[in-house]
Design a protein around this ligand. Structure first.
Ligand SMILES: CC(C)(COP(=O)(O)OP(=O)(O)OC[C@H]1O[C@@H](n2cnc3c(N)ncnc32)[C@H](O)[C@@H]1OP(=O)(O)O)[C@@H](O)C(=O)NCCC(=O)NCCS
Length: 161
């Protein structure tokens, strides 16, 4: 997937999420999700600035955080906990950059799969992960509570030697 920012907007960078990013990340969370994490739930996830056993990255465009990506690794699988791009910067290739950079970063480290759970009502996320080559492999009834199921999407990483 090619990054689609125009030449004068090339100051996109990816870095670890820091404590100072908390408010902005929560702002994006509330902007884009119908059922966002509360700040307490988010703080629990982000205890001491790092997710317990997980990793959080942000994308910065011209020094403004425009998206984040939270994942953890279980055996040979990367489980995507959350990925979000703010509304002004969707469909500019930033979400796919997170995924593609992760695949490259894990080259040769015995990571074979990505997994992500998408709420059944979140068609945008399903279309995004489908476009990235993920396959829906299971339905998880009531995963997000009563009457809110999820689809489990999986991606098998194939490295070209
Ligand atoms: C899902 C999300 C992270 C995608 O990020 P993004 O930076 O907008 O995605 P990209 O620009 O990299 O899109 C890559 C491809 O995915 C597909 N895609 C992405 N969003 C899409 C949408 N809303 N409708 C249809 N296809 C979509 C397209 O094929 C797109 O390529 P194209 O723009 O050349 O057609 C973003 O829409 C978002 O933050 N959504 C709200 C939060 C969310 O639902 N997160 C997922 C939780 S499981």
């Amino acid at each position: 997937m090619v990054l689609m920012l125009s030449p004068k907007e090339t100051k996109l960078r990816f870095r670890w999420m820091l404590d100072k990013d908390r408010d902005r990340v929560l702002e994006i969370e509330r902007e884009v999700f119908r059922y966002p994490y509360s700040s307490e739930e988010f703080d629990d996830l982000l205890a001491t600035g790092r997710l317990r056993g997980a990793t959080a990255l942000v994308a910065e465009l011209d020094s403004i955080v425009v998206g984040y990506f939270i994942y953890h690794t279980v055996s040979e699988t990367i489980e995507i906990i959350s990925i979000a791009i703010d509304n002004d910067n969707k469909r500019r290739g930033i979400g796919s950059q997170f995924i593609n950079r992760m695949i490259e970063a894990k080259r040769g480290i015995d990571i074979r799969y990505f997994e992500v759970r998408c709420a059944e009502v979140n068609l945008d996320s399903q279309l995004f992960f489908s476009a990235m080559g993920f396959k829906a492999v299971a339905v998880l009834p009531n995963f997000y509570g009563d009457d809110m199921s999820a689809y489990l999407f999986e991606y098998k990483i194939e490295y070209q030697e």
